[in-house]
Design a protein around this ligand. Structure first.
Ligand code: WTA
Length: 714
C-alpha cells in the first residue's frame, strides 16, 4: 500500500473542496499568518482574544517571559492584568451570547452499544452550576486542589468545569492508574477533595473504581495525609445518570433502585445496585453487581448532593495566571511531574488550535477517542471544543468492543466529520484489515487526526486510504502535556502533508534543532527539538517544584524550552519527530518513565536491581522489556514473573505492565558502574550489532543475556 517513494517525497494535498470556507485555505495564507504571529504576537493573539469574555482587560505585553536560566528565574506570563473565567467562556458565553443553548455539546456513547445520552450546552451549564455549588457546600474554595478519578462520563466534564467555575484547580487522574498512583498524585498536589465513581466497564471488564479510590485514600492516611471528603457518582446505575444530567433533581429522589424507601440522604442510598440487563444489539448481557464500600464519614453521594443544590452559580473571576489545572506526566527521574496550566493562555491556545487544526465548522460532529485523564482529553474533548461551541462524541468504551467495527459504527451513527485518535489505535485496527471499516459508510468524515507518537508511513497510508477513502487530510499533531496544545501540525486545507511528518509549527511557535553543544542547526539537520519562545498555552511550572521545572526543560540549553524529543528537518523544511531522547518510553501513545518502572520492580523483595528498556512493538510502538537481577538465593520462575508484573500494575497501573521480564544474573555496566541501556535495548530487540562496547566492565554478561532473551520468535 505504501508507494515506492521516500516518505520525504510523498506529498499529499488537500482536495479543492476542503479549501472552500476553510479558516486557513492555502499554504500561502498559512505562511503569512505565521509570520504575523511571530512578528506581532500582541496583535495576533489580541485578535483571537476578542472572541472571549474578559471581566477586566489585560495591560502591557501579551506575553512576557524569560527562557534563560543564566538571566534569572524562568517565567511565562500571558495577558497580565486580565481577569476571566474559562467555564463562563465555554458555557455561559455559548448559551447566552451565541445562542447555542439547545446545541448538543456531547453525544455520550457508553461502553455498551445502545447506552447513550445527549447533553446540550444549556443542560451542561445547569449541571456545572449545580455541581459548582456542591463543591462550595463541601468547603472547596478558589485555589484548592480537587482530585478527579472518573470514567469517561459527562459528569467528568461537569466536575472539571465546576472546579474551573469556582477557581478550584482540578487534578485529574486517569481511571486506569492504580490506587498507589492516585495516592501519590493526591499527596503531591495536596488535594482537599476526591471525586470518583462506583465503577465502570471497559469492554467486558468491570473496574471497581471506588475500591481503588478507597485504597488510595487509605494509603494517603498511611503517609500522614488525610483527605476527608469523597464524592461518589453512581454511574453503573443508568437511571442514576439520566437523573443527574437531565431531570430537575429536586423533583426526583436520589436514585436507589432496590430500596426506594431508604432515606434520601442516608448513606445507604449509594450501596445498592441492580442486576442490569443491557441490550447490546448482539447479545443480551447480565452485569454482575459490584460491592461498593461506603464510609459515611468521608463518602458523599453525587446525586443526593446535586438534588440539594441550586443551579445558579456566579463564576469566580480569575486572574490570567491563576492556576486552572494540574496534570501529572511521567518524569525521567521516576517521580511524575505535576504540570501546571493557567487560565487565559490555555483557554486561548486550546480554542485557537482546535478551531484551526480541525478547521472547525459549526455543523461539525467532532470525536476525539482519547481519555479525558490525559492532556489530549483536557484540551481536545473539554476545553478546545467547548470554547468553539462544538458538538462532540464522548465515548466511554473500547475500539474493539463488542467488535472491531465499533469505531466506524459510531462514526456513521453520529455522522462524525472530524475524527482524532492515536497511531496505536490505527495500527491495532489495521491488523483486522479493511473489511470491518468498509462495512460502514464513513462518508461524513472530513478531517482525520493523530496524536501521541510518530505515525509510521504504513499506518498513515492505511488511515488515509482505507478510513478516509483518500478524501480526508490527516493532521499529525505533535505536542505534549507541557505544551497545552498542538505545537507542530499541518492545517488540513493549507499544508501539503507528508506521511509521518508533523510538518510545521503552529502560530506563535518557534522551533529550532540543536546539536549536543547547543548550536542551532540550519537547513537539513537532526538533533534536539527545542522552542525559542513561549506561546500562550505552554505550562507555567511543575506544581510545588519550580526548580524541577527549570532543570527539566531549561537547564540543558539556556534560552530554550527542551521538549525531550529528537527531530529531523528535511530539504523542504518539514519537521519529523524521531522520538524521545531521554529515558522515557512511549507505549501505546503513553509516556512512561523507565525509572518509575524500575523502582516498582526493585520494590519487590526478590529483586536486587532492574533495568527497563523499550523494545519495538508493531501495535504499541514500544513495549516494556525488563531485566531483573534477583537477590542471592532467589530463583526465577513463572510465579515470580507473574508477581513482578502484578507489582508494576499495582504501583503504576495496567498501562505499565511489563511485556517481557528477563532474569539477568548481571547487567552490562561501564567500569564506573553505569548501566549501558543502549546495549540492553539491542539485546531486547535481538540486534547483534552492539556498536562500541569497549567501556563494558565485563563483556561476557552480554553473551549470557543474549542467550536467555525473551520472545525471540516475536
Ligand atoms: C510524543 C501527548 C510524534 C512525543 C499529547 C511527545 C508525538 C510525547 C506526537 C508527549 C506526534 C506526541 N508525533 N511524537 N504527533 N504526539 N508525541 O505528554 O514524544 O502524553 O514528547 O502528550 O508524545 O506525550 P504526552
Amino acid at each position: 500500500m505504501i508507494p515506492d517513494k521516500a516518505p520525504e517525497d510523498d506529498v499529499f494535498h488537500a482536495a479543492e473542496e476542503m479549501r472552500r470556507g476553510a479558516h486557513v485555505p492555502t499554504f500561502d495564507t498559512f505562511k503569512e499568518m505565521y509570520m504575523q504571529s511571530i512578528e506581532d504576537p500582541d496583535k495576533f493573539w489580541g485578535d483571537m482574544a476578542k472572541d472571549f469574555f474578559w471581566k477586566t482587560k489585560h495591560t502591557g505585553r501579551f506575553l512576557d517571559y524569560n527562557f534563560d536560566t543564566t538571566k534569572g528565574d524562568i517565567f511565562i506570563k500571558c495577558m497580565e492584568g486580565a481577569s476571566t473565567n474559562i467555564c463562563y467562556n465555554v458555557l455561559d458565553r455559548n448559551v447566552r451570547d451565541r445562542k447555542l443553548g439547545d446545541k448538543v455539546a456531547f453525544y455520550w456513547e457508553g461502553n455498551e452499544p445502545g447506552d447513550e445520552l445527549t447533553v446540550t450546552y444549556r443542560e451542561l451549564l445547569t449541571s456545572v452550576c449545580r455541581f459548582a455549588n456542591v463543591l462550595k457546600s463541601q468547603g472547596v474554595k478558589k485555589g484548592d486542589r480537587v482530585a478527579i478519578y472518573m470514567p469517561m462520563v459527562v459528569e467528568l466534564v461537569v466536575a472539571m468545569l465546576a472546579c474551573a467555575r469556582i477557581g478550584a484547580v482540578h487534578s485529574i487522574v486517569f481511571a486506569g492508574f492504580s490506587a498507589e498512583s492516585l495516592c501519590d498524585r493526591i499527596v503531591d498536589s495536596q488535594c482537599s477533595l476526591l471525586i470518583t465513581a462506583d465503577g465502570f466497564y471497559r469492554g467486558d471488564k468491570l473496574i471497581n473504581l471506588k475500591l481503588l479510590a478507597d485504597e488510595a485514600l487509605q494509603k494517603c492516611t498511611d503517609k500522614g495525609f488525610s483527605l476527608e471528603r469523597c464524592i461518589v457518582l453512581k454511574h453503573l446505575s443508568k437511571e442514576a445518570q439520566e437523573i443527574s444530567l437531565k431531570s430537575p433533581p429536586a423533583k426526583r429522589p436520589c436514585p436507589d433502585l432496590q430500596n426506594p424507601s431508604l432515606p434520601l440522604h442516608g448513606h445507604a442510598c449509594c450501596f445498592s445496585f441492580v442486576q442490569q440487563e443491557t441490550e447490546t444489539g448482539r447479545v443480551r448481557k447480565t452485569r454482575p453487581v459490584p460491592q461498593v464500600p461506603w464510609n459515611p464519614q468521608v463518602d458523599k453521594c453525587w446525586h443526593a448532593l446535586m438534588a440539594d443544590s441550586s443551579d445558579e452559580c456566579e463564576p469566580e473571576w480569575c486572574a490570567s495566571e491563576d492556576p486552572l489545572f494540574i496534570l501529572y506526566t511521567s518524569g525521567s527521574t521516576g517521580k511524575p511531574k505535576g504540570v501546571l496550566h493557567t487560565v487565559s493562555g490555555y483557554m486561548l491556545y486550546t480554542a485557537a488550535t482546535f478551531k484551526l487544526v480541525f478547521d472547525h465548522r459549526p455543523d461539525d460532529i467532532y470525536w476525539c477517542t482519547a481519555d479525558i485523564g490525559w492532556i489530549t482529553g483536557h484540551s481536545y474533548i473539554t476545553y478546545g471544543p467547548l470554547a468553539n461551541g462544538a458538538t462532540s462524541v464522548l465515548f466511554e468504551g473500547l475500539p474493539t468492543y463488542p467488535d472491531v467495527s465499533r469505531i466506524w459504527e459510531i462514526v456513521d451513527k453520529y455522522h462524525v466529520s472530524k475524527f482524532y485518535t492515536a497511531p496505536t489505535a490505527i495500527r491495532m485496527l489495521m491488523k483486522y484489515g479493511s473489511e470491518p471499516v468498509q462495512k460502514y459508510k464513513r462518508d461524513s468524515l472530513k478531517v482525520l487526526g493523530t496524536v501521541g507518537e510518530p505515525i509510521n508511513p504504513e499506518a498513515w497510508h492505511w488511515y488515509f486510504t482505507v478510513v478516509g477513502d483518500g478524501r480526508c487530510p490527516i493532521v499529525d499533531t505533535f505536542w505534549q502535556t507541557e505544551t497545552g496544545g498542538h505545537v507542530m501540525t499541518p492545517l488540513p486545507a493549507a499544508t501539503p502533508m507528508k506521511p509521518g511528518s508533523a510538518t510545521f509549527p503552529f502560530f506563535g511557535v518557534v522551533p529550532a534543532i540543536l546539536n549536543e553543544s547547543g548550536e542551532e542547526l540550519e537547513g537539513t539537520s537532526e538533533g534536539y527539538l527545542v522552542f525559542k519562545q513561549p506561546w500562550p498555552g505552554v505550562m507555567r511550572t511543575v506544581f510545588g517544584n519550580h526548580a524541577r521545572f527549570e532543570s527539566t526543560y531549561f537547564k540543558k540549553f539556556p534560552g530554550y524550552y527542551v521538549t525531550g524529543d529528537g527531530c529531523r528537518r528535511d530539504k523542504d523544511g518539514y519537521y519529523w519527530i524521531t522520538g524521545r531522547i531521554d529515558d522515557m518510553l512511549n507505549v501505546s501513545g503513553h509516556l512512561l518513565s523507565t525509572a518509575e518502572v524500575e523502582s516498582a520492580l526493585v520494590g519487590h523483595e526478590a529483586v536486587a536491581e532492574a533495568a527497563v528498556v523499550g523494545r519495538p512493538h508493531p501495535v504499541k510502538g514500544e513495549s516494556l522489556y525488563c531485566f531483573v537481577t534477583l537477590r542471592d538465593g532467589v530463583n526465577y520462575n513463572r510465579t515470580l514473573e507473574a508477581q513482578l508484573k502484578k507489582q508494576v500494575r499495582e504501583k503504576i497501573g495496567a498501562i505499565a505492565t511489563p511485556d517481557f521480564i528477563q532474569d539477568a544474573p548481571a547487567l552490562p555496566k561501564t567500569r564506573s558502574g553505569k548501566i549501558m541501556r543502549r546495549v540492553l535495548r539491542k539485546i531486547a530487540g535481538g540486534e547483534r550489532d552492539l556498536g562500541d562496547i569497549s567501556t563494558l566492565a565485563d563483556s561476557s554478561v552480554v553473551e549470557q543475556l543474549f542467550h536467555n532473551r525473551c520472545g525471540a520468535g516475536e
